[in-house]
Design a protein around this ligand. Structure first.
Ligand code: AMP
Ligand code: GLY
Length: 426
């Protein structure tokens, strides 16, 4: 089967790497891809937003399945367009993608399905939001309701900061229309975990747990980023907790979507805060996480293409998910200055040497080819991912590989997986 993968980040390199191992695969196309995905298939110069061109390409090349990486094309209806064109597409419809693209919709669904989340209110007018935030003593979290490239959330420790955040989103329009509506919710305390599942409309197949590292600095300091590293499994998610998350969160979401006439298929990603009172939902995403996908997929033994097809066909019960029991760690190397301004076009060396280390894969994210070199082309540049017999071994292997990769201004956190290592000791 020919497969078209949409996207160009580290997540898509991991997806391409895994899809390329499928015995069902004939040819893999990636639109637009990066130099890493180019090692797994053929990159084609069509952006994820160019639905008509993508469909035309897929029809011409006899593509049997489209796999969509990022949220924007999903929210814009790329799956609906492919299905209308007679091509199977892995991911939710635009209507179902509202679970991520419209946080007010997600909050409403959680409320009507009795799913634990932070108490929150939706505001369409700044003056109302301001009055509400001013009336509160506790820290608040202010979120743009629409898609804001993962940057739409402000965790504010006092009301003045909360009002400032609401003003930036609603009056200064820093996220455009995505900020016409905001959610103001209580700040939750605890440790975060990412729970991803394959959903075929009825069946839910949970993947191994993982944990992201959002802030730029060691010890979770500084501004939030797209994610500076991840590991899988996350020891904070015990078997008992995973069962509770399944029972009290994932099943009610899928049932709730069915009840409202919007069946859910694709990836359901629940961002969870493990609080003293149990798991609470921070957000839902409708696609694989980035960088969580890198350590998750390096551990997946099953054929990803078969699983994706089973999701599209509603036959997940026919496949099994098998996992490498060894933990995995992904360390993101970023351009100096990220998540603020940063330079591009810096030559990257040592990529091959890094992969000479056993069980290490370097997933490309913000890279491009230039005159025979690979150069930086984004904030998050590569995700250096390693398996190890234990989490500390996986961390050591990942950082050993990081040492071999060089580019001007390269930055990475030094404490990826430390929380897990600490937990495994106690
Ligand atoms: P999101 O983009 O919705 O994943 O939010 C980004 C980050 O903001 C999350 O990973 C959390 O670290 C933080 N966050 C979101 N909502 C809350 C909340 N209610 N309480 C505490 N932190 C939150
Ligand atoms: N790693 C967070 C996300 O993919 O949204």
């Amino acid at each position: 089967m020919n497969v078209l993968l949409i996207g160009s980040g580290g997540r898509e390199h991991a997806l391409a790497w895994k899809l390329a191992q499928s015995k069902e695969l004939e040819k893999l196309y990636i639109a637009p891809g990066n130099p890493g995905t180019g090692q797994c298939g053929e990159n084609i110069p069509i952006g994820g937003g160019e639905t008509e061109q993508l469909l035309e390409f897929a029809q011409e090349k006899d593509v049997g399945l489209v796999v969509v990486g990022p949220e924007d094309p999903l929210a814009a209806g790329v799956v609906d367009a492919f299905e209308a064109g007679g091509i199977k597409a892995f991911g939710p419809s635009a209507e179902a993608a509202k679970l991520e693209a419209d946080k007010a919709f997600a909050k409403q669904l959680m409320r009507s399905s009795s799913i634990s989340t932070a108490e929150g209110r939706v505001f369409d007018r700044f003056s109302d939001a301001k009055a509400y935030i001013a009336s509160r003593d506790e820290p608040v979290v202010v979120k743009a309701a629409g898609l804001a490239k993962g940057k739409g959330v402000f965790v504010c420790d006092d009301p003045a900061d909360g009002i400032l955040a609401a003003e930036k989103i609603m009056c200064d329009n820093i996220f455009g229309e995505a900020g016409d509506r905001i959610i103001v919710e209580d700040k939750l305390l605890g440790e975060e975990a990412s729970i991803l599942a394959f959903v075929d409309g009825r069946n839910i197949y949970i993947m191994e747990s993982s944990q992201d590292h959002k802030p730029i600095g060691d010890g979770d300091t500084g501004p939030n980023t797209g994610g500076m590293g991840a590991y899988s499994p996350a020891p904070v998610v015990t078997e008992e907790l995973m069962n509770q998350i399944t029972r009290e969160i994932l099943v009610p979401v899928v049932d709730g979507m069915n009840r409202s006439g919007v069946p859910y298929k694709g990836i359901l990603y629940a961002g969870i805060m493990v609080t003293a009172g149990g798991p609470r939902v921070l957000e839902f995403n409708v696609r694989f996480g980035d960088p969580e996908t890198q350590p998750i997929l390096i551990r997946l033994k099953s054929d990803l293409l078969e699983v994706c097809l089973a999701v599209c066909d509603g036959t997940l019960e026919d496949v099994t998910l098998e996992w490498d029991p060894r933990p995995a760690v992904c360390v993101v190397m970023a351009s100096g200055g990220y998540p603020g301004d940063y330079a591009k076009g810096k030559k990257i060396t040592g990529l091959e040497e890094a992969e000479e280390i056993e069980d290490v894969i370097v997933f490309h994210a913000g890279t491009k080819s230039e005159n025979g070199d690979v150069v930086t082309n984004g904030g998050r540049v590569v995700g250096v991912t390693a398996l190890g017999d234990g989490i500390a071994d996986a961390k050591a292997a990942a950082y050993k590989a990081v040492e071999r990769i060089k580019f001007d201004g390269a930055y990475c956190r030094r404490d990826i997986a430390d929380k897990a290592i600490q937990k495994c000791k106690t």
